[in-house]
Design a protein around this ligand. Structure first.
Ligand SMILES: [Zn+2]
Length: 331
């Protein structure tokens, strides 16, 4: 970890005022021998106070984060702030520019390679710079995700239970301030390599989201992101104003019965839609063979009772794809 990052910021990160620039990562390729990956960044600061790090586009096919954060970068006024906001609306910019989850340069999934490496792949270099240069400046982190091209979710903000109850409680308060229609306490399938994990291990108050999906955004999902970002900055004491309250239903994804994997390939017939309550054993989907008639579909039953919170988005599905996520209402 002693090697220096090859990334340089085109703006200073620690001065008052508002600045728009790029993180510049040298990238030599056929189209540009001495080219650079250029990752947009905005920093707004007014004196001492907490720092919020707001990130989107960790996966390049999720749009609520980039849209809400580009709007925020255009409208933040440092004179109405105390502290600092660092905005990275399209953190994995190569993936974002290609409308892909992963980077077309190296196949890297940014939210699986943290803490990265200064001498690794392009995606690992981005992760390393964010983890070693940006994250240490932050007190509170909001990483905005949605389902991308292959998943769709009911809109929720989410936190993890960390080992430190006061850290978890602070994250929960920030999640509730965000004010998404649902608030989720999540256990990840595999937390290794996630930004969430390194931020939480560094003691930061960390909130993430899943605000929709299908590789696009809606007026409603962008509205939730925009309101949530503003609410979070007010909650953190960085921006003046009053929180726009929004009722959140508390949910939990915390056991094996939440995740439903496809047992085979075929055409996905949803039998229940997102946002409905289902009972354990209830038929939630059928998978029809895509290559023949006269064969019965596979029937998928709910493994647990709860709210249908996530689903596979494309019409075709493969074995092992995440078909459905059922969340347990809390309280
Ligand atoms: Zn994502």
């Amino acid at each position: 970890m002693s090697a220096a990052s090859p990334i340089t910021a085109s703006i200073v990160l620690d001065a008052d005022g508002i600045r728009h620039g790029h993180l510049r990562l040298p990238h030599s390729h056929d189209g540009s021998a001495w080219g650079h990956v250029m990752i947009p960044i905005t920093v707004a600061r007014n004196g001492d106070g907490p720092t919020a790090l707001l990130t989107g586009g960790s996966h390049g096919d999720e749009y609520e984060g980039p849209l809400a954060l580009m709007d925020l970068a255009n409208t933040l006024r440092p004179e109405a702030m105390a502290g600092r906001v660092i905005i990275l609306p399209a953190m994995n910019h190569p993936a974002f520019a290609a409308a892909r989850r992963t980077s077309p340069i190296d196949g890297g999934n940014l939210n699986r390679v943290f803490p990265g490496a200064p001498d690794g792949t392009v995606t690992e270099k981005i992760a390393h710079y964010v983890a070693s240069e940006i994250l240490p400046r932050a007190d509170i982190v909001l990483d905005i995700h949605s389902g991308g091209k292959t998943l769709d979710f009911i809109p929720f903000a989410a936190i993890h239970e960390t080992g430190d109850p006061s850290q978890t409680e602070a994250a929960r308060a920030a999640m509730e301030a965000f004010g998404a229609p649902h608030a989720m306490i999540m256990r990840e399938l595999d937390p290794a390599g996630m930004f969430d994990t390194v931020a939480e291990q560094a003691g930061k108050v960390f909130v993430t989201t899943e605000l929709g999906g299908g590789g696009t955004a809606t007026a409603a999902s962008v509205g939730i992101a925009r309101r949530g970002v503003r609410n979070l900055l007010i909650h953190a004491g960085i921006v003046d104003g009053s929180i726009e309250p929004a009722p959140s239903r508390l949910l939990s994804i915390d056991h094996e019965g939440c995740f439903h994997l496809s047992p085979g390939a075929g055409i996905l017939e949803p039998c229940r839609d997102l946002g409905v309550m289902v009972q354990e054993g209830e038929l939630i989907a059928r998978i029809w063979p895509a290559d023949r008639t006269g064969v019965a579909p596979a029937e998928i039953a709910a493994l647990s009772s709860g709210l249908l919170a996530g689903r596979h988005f494309p019409g075709l599905i493969a074995m092992g794809d995440c078909l459905a996520v059922i969340a347990r209402p809390v309280g």
